[in-house]
Ligand binder design. Sequence first.
Ligand SMILES: Cc1cc2nc3c(=O)[nH]c(=O)nc-3n(C[C@H](O)[C@H](O)[C@H](O)COP(=O)(O)OP(=O)(O)OC[C@H]3O[C@@H](n4cnc5c(N)ncnc54)[C@H](O)[C@@H]3O)c2cc1C
Length: 383
Amino acid sequence: MGDIVIIGGGFAGLEAAKVLSKRRSKLEQRRILLVDAKSHFDFLPILPDVAGGRVDKNHASMEMAQYLENLGVNFSQDEVVKIDTDKKEIFLKSDHVLSYEFLILACGSVTNFFNDEKIQRVALKCDTSDDAQMLKNVVTTYPTKNILIIGGGYTGIEIASQLACLLKRKKVKKYSLNIIEKGEDILGVLPGWMKDYCRINLCSLRVHVHTDCFLKEVNDQAIKLSNGLEFSNYLLIWTAGVQTPAFVQELKHDKDKQGRLYVGADLSFDKNAFAVGDTACFKYKDKPLRMSVQFSLCQARVVASNIVRSIARKKNLVSYKPLDLGFLVPMANRKACGKILFFKIWGFLGWLCHYAMCIYRSLSSKNRLGLAFDAISRMGKND
Ligand SMILES: Cc1cc2nc3c(=O)[nH]c(=O)nc-3n(C[C@H](O)[C@H](O)[C@H](O)COP(=O)(O)OP(=O)(O)OC[C@H]3O[C@@H](n4cnc5c(N)ncnc54)[C@H](O)[C@@H]3O)c2cc1C
């Protein structure tokens, strides 16, 4: 009898730990161990608000050790560098080696710089609450820079709107804020009305959107774009793609181009090994599910059930059936657009729904109260 090891204490990993701990009596004395490179959980959907100075960093993160101790789950702060699924061994940066009987890979995704070391060195990203705080600090310290956000997806748009409002509050007038998008339009496959809504709102916030455009040259003095524009005194923010951590990409199992592991209906990718959340590529109606909190949480519950069923030697494991509750693109000036169930939603109501969801999904009452306070204190303020 071995351990149940969860790698990653994000939305999926902590949810799996919670469900397994509630069903401890069915685990036949097995130990649950969660390994994460960080000491704290970061609430990613609210990070753009931290970058924009609208949410306190402490309300977007939570120490994991105490949370897991309350669940009776062991915690090790260490980075996983390699997994051998044949020997069922996990190699850690500290040189320790763990063995597992059941494995849950829930290690999310990180910014993909496409192996460009130069860009990685000069660009800022928004993967963690520390990154978001750093973004805010740099923008407020050097407010007159030409800010270039590479990537016109959700994250790029949210960050652009947040920084625009931050600079407006700081009464900075001399700056330029730009989104650079390689595709024909922002927001990829999302519906046209959402793209239009966001474009109009970004325009009202003085954010310039450059589409069909990419970075041609980056040096310490200036950035050149493919459309001929050149920016000196720049600040580069990279939101142009994500990938799974390196050790996941090195696994011999099948993956998509972002390095997400293809999983079966029961979310396994190997015997007694499961992948969930951003680490998993689950195909639904022939399309991979997008990366999202709601899918991460549901997948974690399914995998916890499947581990309990495997221990009980049940023949059939539970199949994951995604239920899409919708999505929102929130922006800083109390506007958002998206779809909830079958309903289009936009404007202040959309923004409220985003905050309500973040408060509801927060893991501690301190974070919940903090976020509620941050949201209420913005109600009457027009950015
Ligand atoms: C800025 C931003 C805004 C977003 N907004 C939304 C939104 O509004 N709505 C929505 O649904 N989704 C949103 N998302 C996506 C959503 O946050 C992710 O889909 C979700 O967090 C995935 O959960 P996860 O548990 O798979 O991974 P994560 O929550 O990313 O957790 C992964 C954990 O694994 C750990 N880890 C990684 N590598 C290692 C390693 N080698 N060793 C040990 N530990 C490791 C990390 O430290 C981290 O704690 C947003 C994402 C970002 C970045």
